[in-house]
Ligand binder design. Structure first.
Ligand code: DX5
Ligand code: ZN
Length: 217
């Protein structure tokens, strides 16, 4: 199968040294930056928005993957397109009928993504899977980094894997570390969002390559 992608979650980076963090991740050959956008409404936490992403965009060639944990994503999605995001993922719980938005992203040349929280039945996203370039399985409750991986997540990944086309990216997000990434990979995930297990490590390059190696094996 395809090489696993390790996508650092910028929620856990040092915001006081953002440019330096981006350079370190470039050096670590992490090809993606995952931007966790939280509005203090859809989730009980507030992070950053399109203005910040837009300012970082010129600093790197990395793929920008926006994960919108916000209510009414249809009102804000144009800001994230304009900010230069390559992929934009919205939550099915925030937008139960996302077909129009996914089509709009596709037309804008952005990879359309749909995320699903741990308690939500997979049937809720089933009608929209063909419109997705990326499907994101939350393996923690959205809102905070540093939580532990919910052990039933691989079963959800496995089920989703059987529902999507082979070229659709299957992403897993939350509690991914050297102890959990193997099970997620075996279940069919090929794209791994990682916060703590990169940013809490002294050497990002080693952390990224160790995780990729486990996911491959
Ligand atoms: C949680 C976010 C995740 C999270 C990942 O709502 O979507 O991206 O920050 O961080 P860790 O890897 O620490 O769980
Ligand atoms: Zn995320």
């Amino acid at each position: 199968s395809d090489a696993p992608v390790i996508a650092p979650s910028m929620l856990k980076c040092d915001f006081g040294n953002l440019h330096r963090e981006v350079e370190l991740l470039d050096a670590a050959q992490a090809p993606v930056l995952h931007w966790d956008v939280m509005d203090g409404h859809f989730v009980p936490n507030l992070s950053y928005g399109a203005m910040l992403i837009e300012r970082v965009r010129p600093l790197t060639k990395s793929f920008f993957d926006a994960h919108l944990m916000i209510s009414n994503p249809e009102k804000y999605v144009d800001d994230y397109i304009k900010a230069g995001c390559d992929s934009i993922t919205v939550h099915i719980e925030a937008l139960p009928e996302p077909q129009g938005l996914l089509d709009r992203l596709q037309e804008a040349g952005v990879l359309p993504g749909l995320a699903i929280s741990p308690q939500t039945p997979l049937e809720r996203i089933e009608p929209y899977l063909d419109a997705c370039g990326l499907v994101l399985v939350m393996s923690v409750e959205p809102g905070f980094g540093g939580q532990s991986f919910i052990e039933t997540s691989p079963e959800r990944i496995r089920q989703l894997k059987s529902m999507i086309s082979p070229e659709t990216i299957l992403s897993v997000d939350g509690g991914i570390d050297p102890d959990t990434i193997g099970a997620a990979a075996q279940a069919g995930a090929n794209y791994f969002v990682v916060g703590s297990a990169i940013f809490n490590e002294p050497d990002y390059a080693t952390a990224v390559s160790d995780l990729a190696q486990i996911a491959r094996s």
